[in-house]
Design a protein around this ligand. Structure first.
Ligand code: HEC
Length: 490
């Protein structure tokens, strides 16, 4: 009797001490495994290295409290099971202790979770009595952006006519850009034909061993690591897998000098670069296009992943050659023209089929893959001195496009909410106002703030009113002020 009481007391004490490891064993390990790799040989999803566990803790707390059901992608594998809610049996302090343990075990490196934080989340989701779906969670809390293995990526564009990849050391670049996303893409070039490009970066090798590299190009390309050519594709296109090559190199764990050379002769252009770490089976991509090595003519749908917008920097039919496509979760899409400094196309449904660009004869441009395409405008109206200064993504992956006009900046931020695209325009500085072309069509007032724009969308304006003249719609933004425009499909 005494011993049992003692055992019971020691269990109670350890629960009081909120030992996250012990609580994990009691409440989670049956399904997620003592090693966090998923019980019964991976039938259940892993918590070890899972992006669902890292980053902001809201996601993991909500799942622990209310459970999760339906398809969910974890580390490249899809599970379609149900996790029962644990919120009724676990106190705030216990959930906090378990997640603090999970977020700092098996290679996970995320910060601690407090009981107060769990309490706040519990209150906010109190009314919910069904498990989450992964879609619901991702809309609220997108997964942290997966970085490529490239850091300090610089792209350089060279204009000229060459018959083979030139010696870049003798040339002067006409365009240099820092690519913060670590992604190789030929849209960094303002030119369409007769140009060459050079990318230089640090490639971080995750382990010692033999690495494989994949390359396909339209037209010629070469991957060079620490001064050694690892793989090259020479001559003229296409980039449909028929000319793709693979190469191997032994690398030590740590950073290596990584260089990609590219030559565009004529017609279409593109480059696909991928790699495989030692002992792994899946290709990881360093470019905005991916391929199924060895297989030709597979469609390459480009779509949002992990609840984050996807960015596509390539030629998009219906806008200018330097276009930046954004596919938002929920099937709303945008093409921003870096030449005209304005959003030119918006549409619903599928975003872009990346394969069309190389496989369909006669098309140089991928058209929007979805429906209800609205052409907002097709010309440049900002002053001559206005320059495109790139875009940045916020923590949810939503873009802000930057335009510099003399000493002022125009910030053009976009995100999607349910069936609407929401755009916030902000003008910095304190000098003159800036007039923006909102549409080549005349918006018709339907009520106080909402306008009908063409036959497909409604436009809502907050803070400032659009001005209609010459059959077009404009918005005048005073310096230091913001305006919000909402585009809603009819
Ligand atoms: C009865 C089995 C079971 C238990 C117990 C359980 N889970 Fe899960 N958990 C699952 C399943 C199944 C999924 C995937 C659900 C789906 O397919 O939608 C999941 C998904 C998750 C996910 C998101 C996906 C991932 O792998 O990262 C997290 C985070 C998670 N569980 C945390 C926990 C924590 C923390 C506990 C303990 C408090 C726990 N789970 C207890 C079965 C369980």
């Amino acid at each position: 009797m005494r011993t049992r009481l003692f055992l019971f007391l020691s269990l109670v004490t350890s629960l009081h001490a909120q030992d996250g490891g012990q609580l994990f064993t009691l409440y989670c390990s049956a399904c997620h495994g003592a090693d966090g790799k998923g019980a019964t040989g991976g039938t259940f999803p892993p918590l070890s290295q899972s992006p669902w566990v890292g980053g902001d803790a809201d996601r993991a707390v909500k799942i622990a409290l209310k459970g999760l059901t339906g398809p969910v992608d974890v580390l490249g594998k899809t599970y379609n099971l149900e996790m029962p809610p644990q919120g009724a049996v676990l106190a705030d302090g216990q959930v906090a202790a378990i997640l603090t343990f999970v977020r700092s075990s098996w290679g996970n490196q995320a910060g601690p979770v407090t009981a107060d934080f769990v309490k706040t989340i519990r209150t906010s989701v109190n009314a919910r009595n069904t498990p989450w779906t992964s879609g619901e969670i991702l809309k609220l809390h997108p997964l942290p952006l997966e970085k490529t293995a490239l850091t300090n990526l610089i792209s350089q564009v060279y204009a000229g006519k060459w018959s083979s990849i030139p010696d870049f050391s003798t040339l002067k670049a006409q365009n240099v850009e820092e690519e913060q996303d670590g992604i190789i893409t030929v849209t960094d070039s303002p030119l369409k034909d007769d140009f060459a490009m050079l990318w230089q970066a640090d490639f971080s090798a995750p382990a010692d061993g033999e690495y494989q590299f994949f390359l396909d190009a339209d037209d010629s390309g070469r991957v060079i690591i620490d001064g050694k050519t690892v793989v090259e594709v020479l001559g003229a296109g296409p980039m449909d897998g028929s000319r793709s090559k693979q190469g191997k190199i032994a690398l030590n764990h740590g950073p290596h000098k990584f260089r990609v050379e590219f030559l565009e002769l004529s017609d279409k252009q593109g480059i696909t670069v991928g790699w495989k770490a030692p002992g792994t089976k899946t290709w990881k991509w360093l470019s905005d296009t991916t391929a199924k090595p060895g297989k030709n003519h597979e469609p390459i749908p480009i779509e949002p992943v992990n609840g984050r917008p996807v960015i596509y920097r390539n030629f998009i039919a219906g806008t200018t050659s330097r276009a930046i496509g954004v596919g938002f979760p929920g099937g709303l899409n945008l093409a921003y023209s870096a030449d005209d400094l304005a959003p030119e196309l918006i549409w619903t449904g599928a975003f872009i089929d990346g394969a069309l660009k190389w496989l369909e004869r006669g098309t140089d441009n991928s058209p929007p893959a979805g429906e209800n395409v609205v052409k907002l405008s097709k010309s440049r109206t900002l002053p001559n001195e206005a320059r495109f200064k790139g875009y940045k993504l916020d923590s949810g992956g939503n873009p802000t496009f930057y335009v510099q006009i003399g000493g002022e900046f125009l910030f053009d931020s976009w995100h999607a909410e349910a069936d609407k695209l929401i755009r916030t325009l902000t003008l910095s500085g304190n000098s003159s106002p800036l007039e923006i072309l909102v549409s080549d069509q005349l918006a018709k007032n339907t009520n106080d703030q909402e306008y009908s724009l063409g036959d497909k969308i409604f436009l809502r304006a907050e803070h400032l009113y659009p001005e209609m003249r010459d059959g077009k719609t404009f918005l005048k933004i005073p310096a230091g002020q913001s305006a919000t425009l909402t585009y809603r499909w009819k």
